[in-house]
Design a protein around this ligand. Structure first.
Ligand code: COI
Length: 364
């Protein structure tokens, strides 16, 4: 059958009953269907939804060799009435296209992206876990599909959207290693693009940090090794005195986090803190820690929502941040976002988009 522009082939046997939605690890379970589209002869075509499964590939697939591969991470959840909702889906469509432009890949029409999301998640809405802190994580992915070994932008691309129910990304407070040598992104580079290579480049330093008991690397800038950037899985906020400071996303070195943007709106609208987007050096953070002004540090991201930071180590300097419990700005933002998704507070920013449930013919 076809839903407007999308050819649909439904699974004959849902795998939902095999998954315990009340006990989910991140990224291990996948819903029944996936959306696919192919970019051929300069246009996107063959919009289709199929049962989730393997995608055969040629050994010379260009994405595997030269890294033209971008993705998004977004979520659908259910409000207290059981209605399925997206959170700021059009922002994800726009960011996917910004990543595409930087990686010399074709953009994907925003309206088609939204239609694909509504249709796919409408079909798999029973996979949205109802429990607080869990959600249906949606992973749009675009990659170079040419079968060719020369170095050039691919002519063909594929876009996939698939999803899976997830629990919290971080289940405890986070320990950060401020990295003095390795870098994630430099001005003029691809740090602001959600591209596979950024994550690959972070693997070795993250592994070394993990071997020393840390959860993640706090990245410093590539030129001075001094200004904080982000955590790789999260943007980062510091509460210093009466200010909340996060680095600006102006140099192409930091991912334009959609949760980051939401947190900035919430803080500006709902708190009396002075909210600053400005360069922040690790020396200023150490100084604030020593003077007792560093009250809190937290990260923001789609997968993590809000991650509370317990410890930051920079060389010999070990900064321990006691939990602020209900006083915490991070907890305030997390509760605000969760209550918004649950439909318990007014959506004054217009961030919530109900999933349009397709009237599907069960015969498929
Ligand atoms: C997200 O927050 O959605 C991310 O993409 C971070 C990570 C899981 C790769």
């Amino acid at each position: 059958m076809t839903m407007d522009n999308i050819a649909i082939s439904r699974t004959t046997k849902s795998r939902l009953a095999e998954v315990d939605l009340s006990n989910l690890k991140f990224g291990r379970h996948f819903s029944d269907h996936m959306f696919l589209a192919d970019y051929v002869d300069g246009e996107w075509r063959d919009f289709r939804i199929e049962p989730f499964g393997y995608i055969p590939m040629h050994p010379s697939l260009m994405a595997l060799h030269y890294g033209q591969s971008i993705f998004e991470g977004m979520k659908a959840s259910k409000n207290v009435e059981g209605q399925a909702l997206f959170f700021r889906p059009e922002m994800h469509a726009k960011r996917l296209n910004r990543s595409a432009e930087r990686m010399c890949m074709p953009t994907f029409p925003e309206e088609m992206f939204l239609e694909a999301l509504h249709t796919l998640i409408g079909m798999d809405s029973d996979w949205i876990p109802p429990h607080e802190g869990s959600a249906l994580y949606i992973r749009p992915l675009m990659y170079a599909a040419d079968e060719f070994l020369g170095v050039k932008p691919s002519d063909n691309y594929r876009l996939l959207i698939f999803s899976g129910p997830v629990g919290p990304y971080y289940s405890k407070r986070i320990q950060l290693w401020a990295e003095p040598y390795y870098i994630r992104a430099a001005p003029g580079g691809v740090g602001a693009a959600k591209t596979a290579g950024n994550y690959a480049a972070a693997m070795l330093p993250s592994k070394l940090a993990k071997e020393n008991g840390y959860d993640q690397v706090l990245w410093l800038d590539a030129i001075h090794h001094k200004y904080v950037q982000e955590v790789g899985t999260m943007n980062i906020f510091f509460v210093i005195g009466d200010s909340i400071i996060t680095p600006p996303v102006t140099e192409d070195t930091i991912l334009h986090g959609i949760t980051r943007d939401s947190v900035l709106h919430i803080l500006r609208e709902e708190t009396d803190y002075k909210v600053e987007e400005r360069p922040l050096s690790i020396d200023e953070i150490v100084e604030a820690y020593r003077s007792g002004e560093l009250k809190e540090c937290f990260g923001s991201g789609t997968a993590a929502v809000i991650g509370d930071v317990e410890r930051i180590t920079y060389g010999e300097i070990d900064m321990r941040l006691p939990s602020r419990g209900e006083e915490s700005v991070g907890v305030f933002c997390k509760n605000y976002l969760n209550r918004l998704r649950a439909g318990l507070i007014e959506d004054k920013f217009n961030w919530i988009v109900p999933v349009e449930m397709p009237e599907l013919n069960p015969a498929g």
